[in-house]
Design a protein around this ligand. Structure first.
Ligand code: NAP
Length: 330
């Protein structure tokens, strides 16, 4: 089968012939229709992101973290585990998942990581959803424990994950959603997805724009020096979930402010998570999904050919990027 791989020292992405995956007892073989690309694919290519075995079950030169496709076969039933055809997935069904080496014609995925794709959602849209849904749902519910009417600040809100975060915050009952971008041209999109207020951080700082006591929960995708700034706008006992570091991974923090406002600054990543924890998160999301997916959609920047991966990689670095770059595989 064909798969996207990072080639040798050039680190270029090329489509190569690789052996098809073996299907383990808990696994489902999926014919990939489309795969979503992420900033993490670029970080992995340059060597600054190294997944661990719990989230990556293929050679490290394989590309892709998420996909949508049709179930081809389901692995043998394991007594007492609920796998096999008892997993609830059958041949031909459209599914999506966050899984290693997703940019390939076939992937073998543990059925406990699969999410069903609702009828109204196309495979192209679904390919861009799993990573963002898992990241932002986990951050808002398990980590930040969002409460009805909480005011939610989402930084780097036009990133692939941030766009889903804005919609999820709304769908999960946020009172106010504040979103940040550095591009005035993306303001209308953020408003159309549910942001009540959009701040252009290329022209103003967050403390300056919002003042103190402006939010209860923050999903931070920017990091860097902006973390110190966003702490100034936090309410007492605000929960700040540090998700991405688009703006850098170092900053100085005012610990006096952190203590005085009793802020909680919590980091998160999927690297190194135990499989059980991922299965539980997916199970929660499966229950919540039918209600959520009527309110949450993937914003697709562009759909690119599987056979022109460098073109897709270049798009991921361009300032105009808005939403997901998706590779069409079948
Ligand atoms: N912790 C986790 O589990 C997890 C999971 C998924 C993603 N992430 C992280 O979340 C971040 C977003 O990932 P993604 O794949 O969704 O990104 P993406 O779609 O590639 O994000 C691109 C957008 O981010 C904004 N941006 C880029 N550089 C920036 C900077 N220096 N400062 C502020 N904004 C900047 C730009 O929007 P504007 O032009 O509107 O400013 C750009 O269009 C990444 O850091 C990624 O590693 C973490």
């Amino acid at each position: 089968m064909r798969a996207l791989v990072t080639e040798g020292r050039s680190r270029r992405w090329v489509v190569a012939e690789v052996p098809p995956p073996d299907i383990g007892p808990h696994e489902v073989l999926v014919e990939v229709v489309a795969a979503g690309l992420n900033r993490a694919d670029l970080l992995m290519r340059e060597g600054s992101y190294v997944p661990t075995s719990a989230d990556w079950n293929v050679p490290l030169n394989r590309v892709g973290f998420e996909m949508a496709g049709r179930v081809r076969t389901v692995g043998p039933r394991v007594p007492g585990t609920g796998s096999g055809f008892g997993s609830g997935f059958g041949p031909g069904q459209l599914v999506m998942a966050q899984t290693g080496g997703a940019c390939a014609e076939l992937v073998a995925v543990d059925h406990r990581l699969l999410l069903p794709v609702p009828e109204a959602v196309t495979a192209t849209e679904a390919a861009g959803l799993p990573s963002a849904l898992l990241t932002e749902y986990d951050a808002l519910t398990e980590i930040a424990r969002i409460r009805p009417a909480d005011r939610v600040l989402i930084t780097g809100a036009t990133s692939g994950v941030g766009l889903v975060g804005v919609q999820l915050a709304r769908a999960l009952g946020a009172g106010t959603v504040i979103a940040t971008t550095r591009s005035a041209a993306k303001t209308e999109l953020l408003r159309s997805l549910g942001a009540d207020r959009v701040i252009d951080t290329s022209t103003t700082g967050l403390t300056e724009a919002l003042g103190p006591d402006a939010y209860d929960v923050c999903l931070d995708h920017v990091g860097g020096v902006q973390v110190a700034d966003l702490m100034g706008a936090a309410a007492t006992s605000a929960r700040i979930v540090q998700i991405g570091r688009l703006g850098g991974d170092r900053t100085e923090l005012d610990l006096e402010l952190l203590a005085a406002r009793r802020l909680r600054l919590i980091g998160t990543t999927f690297r190194g998570r135990e499989a059980d924890e991922l299965h539980t998160l997916v199970a929660h999301l499966r229950t919540a999904l039918p209600g959520l997916l009527s309110d949450v959609r993937a914003v697709i920047d562009s759909v690119r050919a599987f056979t022109a991966p460098e073109d897709a990689a270049e798009r991921l670095t361009q300032p105009g990027l808005t939403g997901k770059v998706v590779l069409r595989i079948a």
